[in-house]
Design a protein around this ligand. Structure first.
Ligand SMILES: Cc1cc2nc3c(=O)[nH]c(=O)nc-3n(C[C@H](O)[C@H](O)[C@H](O)COP(=O)(O)OP(=O)(O)OC[C@H]3O[C@@H](n4cnc5c(N)ncnc54)[C@H](O)[C@@H]3O)c2cc1C
Length: 303
């Protein structure tokens, strides 16, 4: 591919690591996916901005990957550039009395720990969601009655023409597992600020521990997955419908509807993209036939 040499030179100039033919299964919690032609490990806003400008100029396909915890990647991989946000781009800082700033690659759980360390309440629900802050905001991640919509104040993003902009919470179109970032797909989140409240450290810790224990006891965390496989349909719960239809344990190849939590499809070992698609297709059809609910996949398909 003609763009590669220029891209690699740009990365070297920005001191930003890259790899060719990088297996996506090593970067998704489902442990599924073929190779990405190139993966670049983002280390700063400057690096991200320059790369987005380059990709747009050269018309190179790219995909922004957080922790890969809501991704189902195709077995044939991705013929383009994966911009991996993570450890190298994970600054977290208390700003003002009750605000926390973080880079998009910061782990959501680490942001929760910073809130705890500073006796700030509001983010307890997010402790244990295994993604980055950027991926969380894109998905409006939520759990146990809370969602990022409740605590986000502002975010910074790079627009499709490479400009750096700020956006307020009210303009983010945050709703159940969606946001303006998910709808427009060309706004790359660089950082964000959460607005929290002063609280009691012991109570905050107790809540975080209680919710983490719920996750450990109810979710099949011992297997690779992308968390809840289907979105919650209006008027019911995907896991309830799947259980009512007797689909716990249903298996295709290495993919299985978890016996422990019917809302999760797990990778029992060697599951492929095709296995998961076939299994979730079956679940969809049986649930539709028996209950009238049409379940929609929650993970983002990367192909
Ligand atoms: C065991 C388990 C439990 C889970 N529990 C929950 C839960 O309780 N609640 C919940 O909501 N989710 C849950 N999830 C799903 C997942 O963790 C969340 O959706 C998480 O917010 C995804 O973050 P990520 O960094 O992994 O994003 P990824 O999965 O890497 O990406 C998700 C989407 O966000 C986009 N994206 C990522 N970063 C950026 C950025 N900086 N700018 C623009 N777009 C970006 C990607 O392009 C992609 O479209 C769970 C997953 C697992 C495996």
């Amino acid at each position: 591919m003609s763009y590669k040499n220029e891209l690699f030179a740009l990365c070297e100039g920005l001191n930003c690591q890259y790899r060719e033919n990088e297996p996506l299964k090593a970067h998704t919690t489902f442990k599924i996916g073929g190779n990405a032609a190139v993966m670049v490990f983002i280390n700063s806003e400057e690096c991200l901005t320059q790369l987005i400008r380059f990709m747009n100029e050269k018309n190179v396909r790219y995909f922004v990957l957080g922790k890969g915890s809501n991704i189902l990647a195709d077995d044939s991989g991705f013929e383009g550039v994966i911009l991996r946000m993570g450890r190298d781009f994970s600054h977290i800082e208390l700003t003002g009395d009750t605000d926390i700033y973080c880079s998009a690659g910061a782990s959501l759980s680490e942001v929760c720990k910073t809130a705890l360390d500073n006796s700030l309440t509001g983010l307890e629900f997010a402790y244990g969601i295994p993604g980055t802050a950027g991926g969380g905001l894109y998905m409006n991640a939520g759990a146990y009655g809370g969602e990022l919509k409740d605590v986000i104040k502002t975010a910074g993003y790079i627009s499709h023409n490479g400009e750096i902009k700020e956006i307020n919470a009210a303009d983010m179109a945050l709703d159940y597992r969606t946001s303006i970032f998910a709808q427009k797909k060309d706004m790359i989140i660089t950082h964000m600020v959460f607005s929290l409240k002063k609280g009691d450290k012991t109570e905050i810790k107790a809540k975080m521990d209680e919710l983490m224990e719920k996750r450990r006891s109810k979710q099949p965390l011992e297997y690779p997955s992308a968390g809840s496989t289907f979105k919650r349909p209006a008027g019911s719960y995907a896991s309830l419908l799947i259980e009512q239809c007797g689909l716990k344990g249903l298996t295709v190849g290495g993919a299985q509807v978890s016996e422990k939590h019917s809302g999760f499809v797990i990778n029992k070992g060697g599951a492929s993209f095709r296995d998961v698609m076939e299994l979730t297709g079956k679940v969809h059809d049986i649930v539709l036939e028996k209950t009238g609910f049409s379940l929609e996949l929650e993970p983002i398909i990367l192909k």
